[in-house]
Design a binder for this molecule. Sequence first.
Ligand code: FES
Ligand SMILES: [Fe+2]
Length: 446
Amino acid sequence: MGRYTDNPQAVAALVRGREVHRDVYIDPEIYRLEMKHLFANAWVFVGHDSQTPNKGDYFTTQIGDQPVIMVRHTDNEIKVLYNRCPHKGTKIAIDRTGNTGKFFRCPYHAWSFKTDGCLLAIPLKKGYEGTGLEDQQTGKGMKAVGAVHNYRGFVFARLAEEGISFDEFFGDSLSSLDNMVDRSPAGRLEVAGPPLRYMHQCNWKMLVENQTDTCHPMVAHESSAGTAVQIWKDLGYTEDDPKPPAMEIIAPFMSPYEFFENMGIRTWPNGHGHTGVHHSIHSNYSAIPGYFEALTETYGEEKAKAILSENRHNTVYFPNIMIKGPIQQLRVFIPLAADKTLVESYIYRLVDAPDELLARTAMYNRMINAPTSIVGHDDLEMYERAQEGLHADGMEWVNVQRLYEEDENFDEERVENGTTERQMRNQFHAWVKFMTADMTTKEAAE
Ligand code: FES
Ligand SMILES: [Fe+2]
């Protein structure tokens, strides 16, 4: 037990308005406390219900460091269970996805469980008669997580039995998810294939902060996006010439500071926020034939226009996902250690929309987020350098001060200049809140 365990004051002292202590990124004890407190008390993204369309379909993942199974129960509801046999702990499901039929069967001694976790049968059950098994947690079956909420297909869970409600946790930030789903003429999304997976040797929060870091694209991505723009010019094209889809995607990364300042950043309570309030790097993609017509048929022209005029850039849902509504992406930053993060980047099909939209979405994911991308590498290099650089002694604090104001109130929604680091401060404010929500003090623990 180190100095932060059962010491909420010490944890809270790591965040002080304009700066945060390096231990939040590099200290293994802080990482363990994040798993135990932050990821248990917050609502964490699990998966999309189109990953488990049929009864008995399951998907294995983790919430923080907790292995879980998302499964469609016989009543068609999505359940989230700890991936652990109540008998001796064996993981019940190993495959990433599959169909288990009406029940799970443990591969070790064949105890079986309904898809809501309830114990179904034990071989040679008479050996437990009179032993009181039914009164124990073991006798009840696989344990379900504290709470699950399916919001328009997106499944979130809270590990803790008690805590903040889904609606209070997300509040008005759900408008970004709404816009992504509303872009489907059927009002429905479907996950399109497995995610791109990319391992990063850095802390998970660096990736989350980067999603609203608007002062880095024109600098860190000059090598990739800048080169593409230069080649475009060298070929004799101008800014206004129609661009092929790949150029439409990559050129806006080189937009000047002014573009990002004017695009705006909105912050919501509990650590959520988004860039691209007024416009974004996704605003000027060319129209796909037939799409607007399909949307208009569903919503009417006025609403269809309103849906498409919302071009939010990156929406961060605290603690560890980001979505891009206009291009139907969702990225999960899965913490594996203080200095190790797995990134999974999903794309979604807009049900009843033309296929060209999915082609562009897939192209974006490959170009920007894939381990074989040309843009994601720029960011990776910066994160990994930061993770190493933070070990330099003599300076212990990381700066998050841009456009800082005294007495910032993170309980209110705000729209600010698009280069503010307010959203990073908002995340750290929420970080302290959920880290310390159920942390006992040393005195109480003794
Ligand atoms: S460990 Fe699962 S049935 Fe024994
Ligand atoms: Fe970047």
